[in-house]
Design a protein around this ligand. Structure first.
Ligand code: GLC
Length: 745
């Protein structure tokens, strides 16, 4: 077995120290448990408003020791949480505490920008700070375990869950995943402001066929090991994540929840993972739907023996494993192994010596957090909105010269859309909308806010015989199409700030799209306003890259805001008015059209490089509309003298523009010949954020180490071959037309 990485060793030591410190003799505890009580530790329920009527029955099961914990889906309620915990700790035979889990992905109560936005800051430390706040707020309501970070490497923006990813590059994704685990768990996850993390979804989920959620994901082992596994390996080996969630999809024909290669050979055999694996929601039972298991007993046996320890909201283990162990179908040692993994993590969470949460502090903690961490949330917005276009320097707006601004579109003054999908305990009532942020920043300027239409995807338009575009009668709210008011406001304004994108309702889980346009009637509204020839600053709100070519072409400036969270309005106003220059970069390529998907920068050179980017006879030969790593600032940077000396690559970067800004300098590599398998034409393997004043220049260097140049072999070993590499130090992944600097290892 490969020696476990530093993080795994640290995690294991933490689990054992806390267990001992907590006075818990886990071996003795397991020895005392009945088979049913052991299986009960593998049984995780879900409590939501739709099944709270069955809570009494669940509490009875808790008292019998048949429940390990709850996905805590009811509204925040520390009193209820403690009441259920008391049923376990004080009213069951062995008093084993429950643990409570939630999907606090980009914030618990205070909501931060979504992962593809935050990763675009190219500042993993920022992610760590965000998840420290989330951990503290989660624990305040009695949540001990968060189902995050989401470590999937984005492949296809039709898949709604790119909204949760840190993008299409495994290197940046790895840094962000490990940083999030450190933020959640810290050095001691038993502390009252830390939680247990859960890297998900292990593994290969983002390559689902056609971007259709829950489908098969038939990647090669080469792609699995070099694209999908690195972020999980970093989260576990380097940061010491204590749990992992297996994915819905298949790998090599077998669903992850019963995939021994993934859950045992790689996770435990190669990485030395000591925590436990949880299934995704009901996915053990789904082995029947996949046609892998003939019945639920077989599903239970396959999943447990593959290395999946906890049955999340499935009820399969509790219904079948007792009889199977009693009959000898499943060995008691397999059961004991899973139980011990789960109990160790409960001990690491401090639950044996602090099972209850303070019932009086949640509201105060959340209120204080909103004040204490608003600046961080605002900083995150500033650092995560990507400037895609700024023709004629229309941005930043000059508050002193502006008289009137038309702020148009469904995201202009909307709270709900700002907190995005998977918004944890985010409260729209606490959100600073774009309109509010701009009003605060532009006190003397007339602000005409016109919603104009809804973002709902249910609406559609029709064109009358005289050519006017009106809303289809699709019922109630979706019919709003106030184009006249929008035009009137635009005509009077010095500048139009137009908000457009996709409603959060079509992003996240089970929200795959076959198109990448604006939802509802937004495009029609934009087209009408754009016909006025007024300068338009377009702000895009989305959970995925959208192919809004008309908007990108006809706007003077474009700012990609993603789903920015509680401090949306203040952070965006800071950028729009130049308090800070945009610095974020795209972590997912923006395609020209859905027909060209999947398109990502780290693709193979192929044997016919001349066709590298133009496979479609009915489309122009081109790469993505905006590539991975792309993003503008309010100044301009010049790169020169890129060179390699010895084992170090360097370049001079100069601010040749008119204001101070942060430039994210990127190091890309390409191994020109690798007999183990193709290496992408470019791979991000380093970056520097340089804050430079006008005229200031810096010589930036990167060491070309084995880690920077290497890859993972099919035996799981990281390898760096001797041979020829190409090296780029650039502003984004396009660097087209340049072969890079030759470096021979
Ligand atoms: C969902 C998601 C997963 C989430 C889990 C618990 O189906 O796939 O990301 O953590 O269930 O809510």
């Amino acid at each position: 077995m490969k020696a476990a990485g530093k993080g795994v060793g640290v995690a294991f030591a933490i689990m054992m120290t806390i267990a001992v410190r907590g006075g818990v003799d886990l071996d003795r505890l397991v020895a005392d448990m009945t088979i049913r009580e052991k299986v009960g530790q593998l049984n995780y329920l879900a409590l939501f408003p739709w099944n709270v009527s069955g809570m009494d029955g669940m509490v009875d099961s808790v008292k019998k020791g048949e429940v390990s914990g709850f996905i805590w889906g009811v509204p925040p309620n520390p009193v209820l949480r403690n009441e259920i915990q008391r049923a376990a700790v004080e009213n069951s035979r062995l008093g084993i505490p429950l643990f409570f889990g939630r999907d606090n992905i980009h914030g618990a109560h205070l909501t931060f920008p979504i992962a593809p936005a935050l990763a675009g800051a190219f500042e993993p430390e920022l992610f760590k700070r965000v998840q420290e706040v989330s951990a503290m707020e989660s624990r305040a309501e009695g949540v001990d375990w968060v189902f995050a970070p989401m470590c999937d490497t984005a492949r296809d923006p039709r898949w709604g869950r790119v909204q949760e990813t840190c993008g299409e590059d495994p290197y940046l994704n790895s840094l962000c995943s490990a940083a999030q685990v450190r933020g959640f768990q810290g050095d001691d996850p038993s502390l009252p402001n830390r939680v247990i993390s859960c890297p998900k979804h292990f593994a290969g989920y983002s390559s689902v066929t056609g971007g259709r959620d829950y489908q098969d994901s038939e990647v090669s082992e080469w792609q699995l090991r070099n694209l999908h596994l690195p972020p999980f390996r970093a989260a576990i080996e380097e940061a010491g994540a204590l749990t992992v969630m297996s994915a819905f999809n298949t790998y090599d024909g077998i669903p992850a929840v019963a995939n021994r290669f993934l859950l045992t050979d790689v996770l435990r055999g190669e990485w030395g993972f000591k925590g436990f694996v949880a299934s995704d929601w009901g996915s053990i039972h789904e082995l029947l739907g996949w046609g892998i298991a003939a019945d639920v007993r077989e599903a239970a046996e396959m999943s447990l023996l593959a290395g999946n320890d906890l049955d999340l909201a499935g009820g399969v283990f509790i219904s079948n494993l007792v009889a199977m162990v009693e009959s000898g179908k499943v060995s008691p040692s397999a059961l004991d192994c899973a139980v011990m993994r789960i109990l160790r993590v409960k001990a690491a969470a401090g639950l044996f010596n602090r099972p209850y949460v303070d019932e009086m502090s949640m509201e105060r903690v959340w209120r204080e957090s909103r004040t204490a961490n608003a600046a961080l949330a605002r900083e995150c917005v500033r650092k995560s909105a990507v400037l895609l276009k700024n023709e004629g320097g229309v941005l930043p707006l000059d508050g002193k010269r502006l008289r009137r601004v038309a702020l148009i579109g469904p995201f202009a003054d909307d709270r709900v859309e700002m907190i995005g999908a998977w918004s944890g305990r985010g409260e729209p009532s606490t959100v600073v909308t774009l309109a509010a942020g701009l009003r605060t920043a532009l006190p003397g300027v007339e602000m005409d806010v016109v919603k104009g239409c809804n973002a709902s995807s249910k609406a559609s338009t029709k064109t009358l015989e005289d050519g006017t575009v009106v809303a289809e009668d699709s019922g109630a709210d979706a019919d709003l199409f106030d184009v006249d008011r929008a035009l009137a406001a635009a005509k009077e304004a010095d500048v139009v700030v137009f908000t457009i994108g996709e409603t959060k309702g079509v992003t996240g889980e089970n929200q795959s799209r076959a198109t990448l346009g604006a939802t509802g009637l937004q495009q029609a509204l934009f087209d009408a306003v754009a016909s006025l020839d007024k300068p338009i600053v377009s702000l895009i709100f989305a959970g995925r890259p959208l192919a809004l070519n008309e908007v990108y072409d006809r706007s003077a400036a474009v700012l990609y805001c993603w789903q920015p969270g509680s401090e949306a309005g203040n952070g965006l106003a800071d950028l729009i008015l130049g308090k800070e220059s945009p610095s974020a970069r795209l972590v997912i390529s923006v395609p020209w059209s859905v027909g060209e998907l999947p398109c990502f920068y780290n693709r193979p050179a192929t044997g016919r490089a001349r066709n590298l980017d133009g496979y479609y006879q009915d489309m122009p030969k081109r790469t993505s509309r905006f590539p991975f790593g792309y993003g503008l600032t309010y100044t301009a940077f010049e790169y020169s003298d890129v060179s390699v000396d010895g084992d170090s690559a360097s370049a001079t970067v100069k601010n040749v523009g008119r204001c101070e800004a942060i430039e994210t300098v990127q190091l890309y590599i390409h191994q020109t010949a690798c007999r183990e398998g193709w290496r992408p034409i470019r791979e991000l393997r380093g970056f520097r954020r340089l804050r430079l004043k006008p005229g200031e220049s810096v010589r930036v260097s990167f060491s070309l180490t084995d880690d920077v140049l290497g890859y993972t072999r099919r035996d799981g070993k990281r390898i760096c071959d001797r041979g020829e590499y190409r090296i780029w130090i650039a502003r984004d992944s396009s660097v087209d037309g340049k072969d890079g600097v030759v470096y021979v290892r």
